[in-house]
Write a protein that binds this ligand. Structure first.
Ligand code: HEM
Length: 117
């Protein structure tokens, strides 16, 4: 059970790595675009996060306040990806506030996970 849980955490980390990595590539290249990888990466983070939110394979309690906040943050990231992609298609430009919020909120969720125990 514990090994299986660790595998789901690994999948969850892959979701984070792909989402944040795809965002960093755009930020460093100063393109500031939403790219195709970001949506499936967010989906992986959501599904694996929900699986990890059930108390299995654990010897301690889960922090459900933190988990609820992470879920809300993820939903906001999803909304920004949706609104941003539509804008990008329509006007070929993405408001920089949307682009930066996506990266900052992704990092915020990782920070909540590792700093707030
Ligand atoms: C962009 C979205 C997200 C990012 C970047 C993210 C990031 C992370 C990271 C880096 C960890 C590893 C923490 C560790 O093992 O020390 C983690 C663990 C975890 N995440 Fe997420 N996460 C996201 C979304 C979610 C969502 C939506 C949920 C639940 C609804 C969730 C639930 C959990 C749980 C239960 C754990 C393991 C237990 C814990 O240490 O709190 N995550 N997350």
């Amino acid at each position: 059970m514990e090994i299986l849980r660790n595998v789901v955490i690994l999948v969850h980390l892959v979701g984070f790595a792909v989402l944040f990595g795809a965002w960093v590539v755009e930020a460093v290249a100063r393109r500031n675009r939403i790219t195709r990888l970001m949506n499936p990466a967010l989906g992986i983070s959501l599904l694996s996060g929900l699986a990890l939110s059930a108390p299995w394979g654990l010897d301690h309690d889960l922090n459900y306040t933190k988990i609820a906040i992470k879920l809300v943050v993820l939903l906001v990231i999803g909304a920004l990806l949706g609104i941003g992609s539509a804008r990008q298609k329509r006007t070929d430009a993405l408001p920089s506030a949307i682009f930066w919020l996506i990266g900052i909120l992704t990092l915020l969720n990782a920070a909540l996970a590792v700093i707030w125990r």
